[in-house]
Design a protein around this ligand. Structure first.
Ligand SMILES: Cc1cc2nc3c(=O)[nH]c(=O)nc-3n(C[C@H](O)[C@H](O)[C@H](O)COP(=O)(O)O)c2cc1C
Length: 293
């Protein structure tokens, strides 16, 4: 379990780590991670969907089963990988993002580095290792290990520059009041200001930050939309990685609400809001419980 009081700090601290120390995980840390991956509640989405999470240890790029995993992009010295396994449906991708990010934050709290990988890995090697069922896919994996102190190695820096990792969108690019015509100020966001700030800090594929939010006029509902990046998801791709980004945002939003003792529920109940363009799609809403005003 992630500690309530530290979740904000954990979200603020998390960054994709691509350079790890060459030493392996301690037995104790490995055991804690395995325990986490086995708890059914940690594998459950916010709408009841389930995923499987499996840890695969690697030594010099080779798994215990002898499968060579190869090197992925800029990842250096991974000590293990956590592989996420999901059903293949549009909604399952959202739930996957939520569950996998919760795990990423748990690992961040343990000072273990992670980097979501959705594109740059050889799926077939991992799929051999885990015996995938016909209806299952591996949307993403993460390498894990202790972050190398000197993260700012040249290639790390270069990659962060290429994907504009440090460039998080501003409030006015993401959040709206009542309709997409009016920007939402932090003051007007009131109870949702911190949870929305935590959404801004979330990781997303190629740092596209596709989440958009419209707060209802009575301030009780927060409607989340996905602003698809045109041309980003390949036409023949079996799933949409930007739906995973939405689940990540829901995870940050919900955990930040919980930390502030704000209770609410997720609903799929599209409001009557004019959508700005054909790339923008409604996904889900958070509704604050009535007695909290
Ligand atoms: C669904 C998803 C897929 C990603 N896939 C990759 C990937 O294939 N390779 C990679 O180097 N980074 C990948 N990333 C990491 C993003 O580039 C990173 O989250 C973003 O640049 C923001 O940087 P930060 O995580 O340090 O805040 C992915 C992130 C997400 C959420």
């Amino acid at each position: 379990m992630i500690q309530k009081q530290t979740i904000i700090e954990t979200i603020q601290k998390r960054k994709s780590v691509r350079t790890f120390e060459p030493r392996g995980l301690t037995e104790q840390d490995f055991q804690r991670i395995e325990d986490y991956l086995q708890q059914p509640e940690n594998l459950l989405g916010f709408m009841g969907g389930e995923v499987k999470l499996q840890i695969i240890q690697v030594t010099a790029g080779v798994t215990n089963k002898g499968i060579k995993l190869g090197t992925y992009g800029f990842i250096k010295n991974p000590q293990a990988y956590i592989v996420g396994i999901s059903e293949n449906s549009p909604w399952a991708m959202v739930e996957f993002g939520y569950i996998f990010e919760k795990m990423v934050l748990f690992l961040t709290e343990m000072n273990i580095g992670t980097c979501w990988l959705g594109g740059t890995f050889t799926r077939t090697s991992f799929e051999q290792e885990i015996n995938l069922r016909g209806d299952e896919v591996v949307p993403c994996i993460t390498p894990i290990g202790y972050p190398r102190d000197k993260q700012r190695l040249l290639f790390d820096k270069t990659l962060r520059y290429v994907v504009k990792a440090d460039r998080k969108k501003e409030w006015e690019d993401l959040y709206y009041a009542d309709s997409f015509a009016t920007k939402l100020t932090k003051e007007a966001a009131d109870w949702a200001a911190t949870p929305l700030d935590m959404v801004r800090l979330a990781p997303s594929a190629s740092n596209k930050q596709p989440w958009r939010v419209v707060m209802s006029a009575d301030s009780k509902q927060v409607h989340f939309y996905l602003a698809h990046t045109p041309g980003y998801t390949k036409e023949n791709a079996s799933y949409d990685i930007q739906r995973v980004d939405m689940g990540i945002a829901f995870c940050h939003f919900e955990l930040a609400c919980k930390a502030a003792n704000l209770t609410g529920t997720w609903k799929i109940n599209a409001p009557i809001v004019a959508i700005p363009d054909t790339h923008t799609e409604y996904v889900a809403s958070w509704e604050l419980e009535d007695d909290q005003f």
